[in-house]
Design a protein around this ligand. Structure first.
Ligand code: ASP
Ligand code: MG
Length: 439
């Protein structure tokens, strides 16, 4: 007997039918003898619809009220799910994030979990009930206000709960059969990855792969929580996100019905795990920055003070004749306006010539632990992209990742070309997209 945390995404509980199907699966886990804690997302596109509704009322909703509104989405699905489970003859109780003890920082819309005090959840389990927790929300430790964790945050709720309760595994149920070598919506021949390390999964999530929330993977790595990503629409075996020893422990606790993912994964040992892409960034170029000590520091200090996260940075060699250089960087599109306003204010002190803004860009990243020890990976990646006729605008690397910024229209072609160049294509199509828009 183990403790299993299961998280069901919005497309898995999109309608009454979906809720009943998920309830069956939860009850089956309970009947197999496990304690079950369920984290649920809002039904279907509810969060998007609530966002649109708020926009119709005001272009700038007060953050406190906006969080109140969005958290309602998860309250609907949690209550319906508890009802569906009751209908199947099991006791289930639903809890808001605040009731479940999810304590966060106070920034509305992007709060971070500080601590989880799951006393009531533990009590529900002790009474033999199934606990259902609303994902993506918590309560601020100092302001006592209701907060949300950022889009996709239910994954993080699930892993944080799993960590605080010492769960054997955190199962993330979604609308595809696991983590794939590329988004199957773009590369239909993408292959399922049997097991992926925390660090590779972190890079994928940071590079736009939407399958798991970035902070959920950070949390899992810190607390050694094995994540098992599966589809709620099938019984396929999915992907284990964990380092080998962690998967082994989870399997030994007999909380899984899947074959040994380590044996399965280690048979192949690819150099590259996958190709991720991201269309949520923009690029700003500061043109004609005087080539003097401290200018870059001034520019990026200004952006940091505005709490803007910078991704890639490129500084050209300065022209001998002009003594000036251009600095380009990428950042989240949502912060574009704010960044342009902040930089405009320091135009005279920095003495640059002009600012250019481009949000028609996309980022394509190649990820794999094997690139540490295999030369030529970057060359092969760039070659594939050039053969696809796509121009590279910026490049950045980490130990296990190479990323390029390209024109937005070139993203799909670049992803497919890179996927192909590293022999990641499956011989038969195995990726099924069961639902959801990938939004
Ligand atoms: N419902 C929220 C969203 O759509 C949280 C989640 O699904 O993880 O982003
Ligand atoms: Mg998600």
């Amino acid at each position: 007997m183990g403790l299993v945390v299961q998280k069901y995404g919005g497309s898995s509980v999109a309608d009454a039918q979906g809720i009943k199907r998920v309830a069956q699966r939860i009850v089956a886990t309970k009947k197999a003898g496990h304690d079950v804690v369920v984290v649920v997302s809002a039904m279907g596109d509810t969060t998007d619809e609530l966002t649109d509704l708020a926009q119709q009322v005001t272009p700038l909703p007060p953050p406190r009220e906006f969080d109140m509104l969005l958290t309602a989405g998860e309250r609907i699905s949690m209550a319906l799910l508890a009802m569906a489970i009751a209908q199947l003859g099991q006791v289930a109780k639903s809890y808001t994030g605040s009731q479940a003890g999810v304590l966060t920082t106070s920034q509305h819309g992007r709060a971070k979990i500080i601590d989880v005090t799951p006393g009531r959840i533990r009590q529900a389990l002790d009474e033999g009930a199934i606990a259902i927790v609303a994902g993506f929300q918590g309560v601020s430790q100092d302001t006592k206000e209701i907060t949300t964790l950022g889009r996709g945050g239910s994954d993080t709720t699930a892993v944080a709960l799993a960590a605080s309760m010492g769960a054997d595994v955190c199962e993330i149920y979604t609308d595809v059969d696991g983590v794939f070598t590329a988004d199957p919506r773009i590369v239909p021949t993408a292959r399922r990855i049997p097991r992926i390390s925390y660090s590779e999964m972190l890079e994928m999530a940071a590079c736009g792969s939407k399958i798991l929330h970035l902070r959920c993977v950070e949390y899992a790595r810190r607390y050694h929580i094995p994540i098992h990503v599966r589809s709620s629409f099938s019984t396929k075996i999915g992907t284990w996100v964990a380092d080998p020893e962690v998967v082994e422990t989870a399997r030994r606790a007999h909380v899984t019905d899947t074959p040994d993912p380590i044996e399965e994964a280690e048979m192949e040992q690819p150099i590259i795990s996958g190709v991720s892409h991201d269309r949520t960034e923009a690029k700003i170029t500061v043109v004609g920055v005087p080539d003097k000590v401290g200018e870059a520091a001034h520019i990026f200090r200004t952006l940091a003070d505005a709490e803007i996260n910078i991704d890639m940075i490129v500084q050209n060699v300065s022209g001998v004749a002009t003594g000036r250089t251009d600095i380009s960087f990428s950042l989240p599109r949502v912060d574009g306006q704010q960044a342009m306003t902040s930089l405009a204010k320091i135009k005279d002190t920095v003495g640059y010539e002009q600012l250019l803004y481009d949000d028609r860009i996309g980022k394509v990243s190649l990820i794999g632990a094997g690139m540490r020890t295999n030369p030529g990976v970057a060359a092969r990646f760039f070659q594939a992209i050039s053969e696809a006729g796509v121009n590279i605008e910026m490049i950045s690397t980490s130990e296990i990742r190479v990323s390029v910024v390209v024109d937005e229209d070139g993203v799909d072609a670049a992803v497919a070309a890179a996927h192909h160049a590293f022999d990641l294509d499956a011989t038969e199509v195995e990726a099924v997209v069961y639902g959801g828009t990938g939004r």
